[in-house]
Structure formats: C-alpha cells, structure tokens
Design a protein around this ligand. Structure first.
Ligand SMILES: *Cc1c(COP(=O)(O)O)cnc(C)c1O
Length: 416
C-alpha cells in the first residue's frame, strides 16, 4: 500500500466510513503561460541564456525583468538572482551584516530564512509570533532595544503581513534596518503599498510554489543606491554592471567594485524569460486565490475548535495558501491529520515533532547559535495547520474540503 493520494491508487486505500474522498494533489503546479514558453524557446534558439556578454548585445531578459518588476512593485531598483534565499543573503551583506552579528527574524518562517542568516555567518534572534501568525510587536520592541541587532529580516510567512508602519516605527527608533521576506506576498500590499517596498530591501521568490514560477529564482528590490550596487556586484556581474538597465550611477559602483566579492547568484535569462509574461497575471491570480480563500473560510468555519486568524483591514493579502488554528492537543491534531488523510486530503502541520517535506519549525533548526527565546510561539505553531490552495480548486472542491475538515475535527476532538 502506498501513501499516494492519486485517484488511480485510491481503490487500494482504506476509506472513511462517511465515504468522503478528495484525492487531488494540491501541489500540482499550473502550466507556464504560452507567451512565456514562446519567449523561452526563442531565447534557447539564440543560445543567450547568460545575462551578460563582454560586448553587450542589447537588453538581456534579466535586465528587462528587473525593469518591469521594479515598475510593478514601485521600487527604484531590482536585482534578479538565483533564489529568494540568495536575495536575503545578499540583502544582509549589502546592509553590512558581518559574521557574528545578530539579526532579528520571525519565529514563524521557512527554513531558508534562518538559512540566509547562517549563510551570512550571523546569529538569528527570533522574535515571537502572535495568535494571528504575525510578528509580536512588543517582543520586537524588546529585542530591537536589547539584542544589539542592526537588521530585522521580517518574514511575511504564508502571506500574513504584520503592521508595517508599526514595524518601521519600532525599528527606526532603535536604528534597525528592515529586510522583508516576501516569498509569499508578491502582489500583496500593506495600506496600498507593495510589501517589499516598506523596508530597505524586499526579497521575492519565483520558486514553483510561490506566486510566479521559474522553478528557481529570486528578486531583490531596493531604493538605496549602495545596496543596489553591492547586490548587483555580489550577485555576480563581474565588471559588466553597466549592462543593467536599472542601476545607480557609475560613481556608486566605483565605491564598491574592488572590494565586493562575486557570489555567482545571478538569475539566468531563461528564468527571466519565463517570468516576464507572468507579472501581468498577478492581479488576476490574486483575485482567484482570494476567492478560494473566502470560500474555504466559509466552508471550514463550520468545524469545531477551528479558528482563522484575524486579518487587519490594511492587509491586502494574496492567499496562495490557507492557515488555521485547531484548538486541540497534539495527539488530537495527529488524529485530525490522519482522518483527513483517510479522506484523501493532505494538510500540513507546523507543530509536527519532526520536519516533514517543506514544513519545519524553529525547534528543528539546531544550527541556530543562540537558544531561541520565544516560548509563546511554539504554542501557536503546535496548533497551526496549513493547506495549499492551488488555483485549480473549484467551489465544489472547497465545499468538499470543508466537509472533510468538519468530519475530521469532530472525530479528533472526541479522541483523547
Ligand atoms: C520559499 C520561501 C523562501 C525561500 O525562497 P527560495 O526562492 O526557495 O529561496 C523564503 N521565505 C519563505 C517564507 C518562503 O516560503
């Protein structure tokens, strides 16, 4: 017997007595738009997959993507790199983080975030997560004042956006620069302004499961001349920074070009060619994702012991996934998950004792130098469930998911 939830294998699996069965693979990506495929094919015919050439040769796809993304997000500069993890690493170094420095970051985040801090040789100082999955502002204030950190790497994890005005106010008073991890908030805004443009630097991902897809890829945005020049140099432009369309003046590069290492974290033209036509699809995808979110909130809302986070009015989120809290014990949540599994529905859990697939929590990151001082966050993560919401989900799918969650939570809450 396999753990596959594909319909073709479902006959071999035990079924729940209520007969409920979902069985779709929620991690099936959407196809790449035809316009992007055509652009990529034309580029492959030219062989110009690397963004630079010693003799120039017109505008590279990567440069055009940077120009178009900066215009979309409302930033001065954009640097295309190999992943969001690379963008965060470069952002930390561009803001002057040195080995041994402390960096504030969110407790509720994905492993590449503490990974970027470790990559920079720095020490992560975890800031607590509140019951609505946001960064706890009182704990941020305390740690911004007392930790000695000069940078906050703030993760808008799973698209949940902490009050950015309040974050900037606290950090501004303590001389802490803000980097935004926007891997789940491309296209989202706080109070009308794009996430990623509030802090000094914003970092986005184009990994397959984020909002635009080139397999792997990252974008770094900033309005700061020195950060932009350093990021371009560190990403690996050699001495061809002049081939960027968006770039600070030559004098800024003169300040940095002989003392900045090349970390070879460029984005390839092929990834950029795939991404350029996808930017125009973001608004429509956001509407469709948010329709699915609203439908699921309605359908799952019938389940006992289930709570959705309160979402601030200023948060214009893009819900490419859904999270909820189940007010049950860990053993009951394990039962909930197995009851969902029995009905062909794969739900992820941030409180699992061991990391599973993409999902882990800060207790699993044994490489952190300092012991986490965030006792309340684990209480939140222990009850935090997570579901992918691909755009292929129909209203009928959402209704069925709702029925399954209601049934599974009823069984789980009567278990001991
Ligand atoms: C995926 C993800 C990242 C890292 O993105 P990569 O492009 O895979 O490096 C960072 N932060 C969060 C919250 C993510 O989900």
């Amino acid at each position: 017997m396999t753990a596959s939830t594909s319909p073709s294998r479902s006959a071999a699996r035990p079924r729940a007595p209520d007969g409920l069965w979902f069985g779709k693979d929620l991690s099936t990506p959407e196809p790449i738009p035809e316009a992007a495929i055509e652009r990529a094919v034309a580029l492959m015919r030219s062989g110009r997959l690397h963004r630079y050439g010693e003799q120039g040769s017109g505008s590279a796809e990567a440069s055009l993507l940077e120009q178009e993304y900066a215009a979309y997000a409302g930033s001065r500069y954009c640097v295309a790199v190999s992943s969001c993890g690379a963008a965060m690493f470069l952002a930390l170094l561009a803001l002057g983080v040195k080995p041994g420095d402390k960096v504030l970051t969110s407790t509720f985040t994905l492993a590449p975030v503490p990974g970027a801090i470790a990559h920079a040789g720095a020490t992560a100082v975890l800031v607590e997560t509140d019951a609505d999955y946001l960064t706890d502002l009182a704990d941020l204030e305390r740690k911004a004042a007392g930790s000695g950190a000069k940078v906050l790497l703030l993760s808008h994890m799973r698209g949940h956006i902490t009050d950015l005005r309040a974050v900037l106010d606290i950090c501004g008073r303590h001389g802490v620069a803000v980097i935004e991890d926007c891997a789940h908030t491309m296209g989202a805004r706080w109070d009308g302004k794009h996430t990623g443009t509030w802090g000094k630097v914003g970092c986005y991902s184009s990994q397959t499961y984020k909002h635009i897809n080139s397999g792997e890829g990252g974008l770094l945005v900033t309005d700061d001349d020195d950060v932009a020049a350093r990021a371009i140099l560190m990403s690996g432009c050699y001495m061809m920074y002049d081939q960027h369309i968006l770039k600070p003046d030559a004098a800024v590069f003169e300040r940095w070009k002989y003392r900045t290492p090349n970390f070879s974290m460029r984005m390839s033209n092929l990834a950029a060619a795939l991404l350029r036509p996808q930017i125009a699809t973001l608004a429509d995808r956001a509407l469709r994702w948010n329709h699915i979110y609203a439908t699921l909130v309605r359908e799952l809302g019938h389940a006992a012991h289930l709570r959705f986070p309160r979402r601030p009015e200023k948060e214009e989120f893009v819900a490419s996934s859904i999270q909820f809290t189940l007010d049950l014990s860990p053993a009951q949540i394990e039962r909930f998950l197995s009851e969902c599994d029995l009905r062909g529905l794969y739900i992820k859990w941030f409180g699992a004792p061991n990391p599973v697939a993409f999902t882990s929590n800060y207790e699993h990151w044994h490489y952190l130098d300092a012991k986490p001082d965030s006792p309340r966050s684990m209480g939140v993560l222990r009850q935090l469930l997570d579901l992918r919401t691909p755009l292929s989900l129909t209203d009928a799918d959402c209704a069925l998911i709702g029925k399954i969650v209601v049934a599974a939570s009823a069984v789980a809450s009567s278990a001991t």
